[in-house]
Design a protein around this ligand. Structure first.
Ligand code: SF4
Ligand code: SF4
Ligand code: FES
Length: 243
């Protein structure tokens, strides 16, 4: 069996250090399996997150050779460089221990934008074409990779983050959601216009959700409806109805 050196950026609450572990792997071994091997065979003190191991729960995000990945769906063979792999915790989030970060900050921000379905009365019949409008956004697993890669927090800490606006978009596009344009007001209050449209969030999302495009659409609609202030010289497309 081939061997790989796994370097891990560790943190015990006070001190940061890099530790290296050599482990065997084959063409199917994932990063999470490598970490489980280290924990059971070499060093039981290593801290990391894992639950479903099937890219569903969103708990295992981390940096692998400086790329944002889900550990459970990233194979060593696909990312190994010079027989080494470097693992770091996600950025923009407080590190609790080793690769374990605190998700509570972005979960709190999801509450700020009411990231849940608010049923409208009476409930309208739903057809396949209605679901298509937000089908992709329902795939979000709350992994936070988009939140972690976003550069805006360096200059605007209260920015809601891309994960928020994916949720805004998903419920705003649902004809049975009662909040309607109030969701655009909430997005504005949570600084949606601080997005610099770098597209890092879209490129990082493991579910291929067009995060930046969703943000663009919310902003564009908000500006046309007068909910979000327009920048100077912005072209007015008039009322474009059910965008
Ligand atoms: S497109 Fe906007 S939300 Fe996405 S990473 Fe860039 S600045 Fe952040
Ligand atoms: S939008 Fe994508 S990257 Fe962001 S939390 Fe959802 S699944 Fe993860
Ligand atoms: S362990 Fe659930 S997404 Fe990776």
């Amino acid at each position: 069996m081939e061997k790989v050196k796994i370097k891990i950026k560790r943190f015990d609450g006070k001190v940061e250090k890099i530790e290296t572990y050599e482990i065997p792997y084959d063409e199917r071994t994932t990063i999470i399996e490598a970490l489980m091997y280290i924990q059971s065979e070499i060093d039981p003190t290593i801290g990391f997150r894992v639950q479903c191991r099937a890219a569903i729960c969103g708990t295992c995000g981390l940096l692998v050779n400086q790329e944002y990945k889900l550990g459970c769906r990233t194979k060593i063979v696909d990312i190994v460089k010079d027989k080494e792999i470097f693992l770091e915790p996600m950025k923009n989030l407080k590190v609790i221990k080793d690769l374990v970060v605190d998700h509570s900050e972005f979960l709190q921000k999801l509450k700020n934008v009411k990231a849940w379905f608010v049923p409208k009365e009476p409930f309208e019949k739903v057809f396949p074409e209605d679901l298509k409008k937000f089908e992709k956004e329902t795939d979000c697993i709350l992994c936070g990779l988009c939140y972690s890669i976003c550069p805006v927090f360096e200059t605007d800490e209260p920015f809601g983050g891309p994960i928020n606006y994916v949720k805004t978009y998903r419920f705003w596009k649902d004809k049975n959601d009662a909040l309607g344009d109030e969701r655009i007001v909430l997005a504005r209050e949570n600084h949606i216009t601080s997005c610099v449209h770098c597209k890092y969030c879209s490129m990082t999302c493991p579910k291929e959700i067009p995060v930046e495009q969703d943000i663009f659409q919310i902003e564009f609609y908000g500006k046309q409806k007068g909910i979000i202030e327009k920048e100077e010289n912005q072209f007015d497309f008039g009322d474009f109805g059910s965008f």
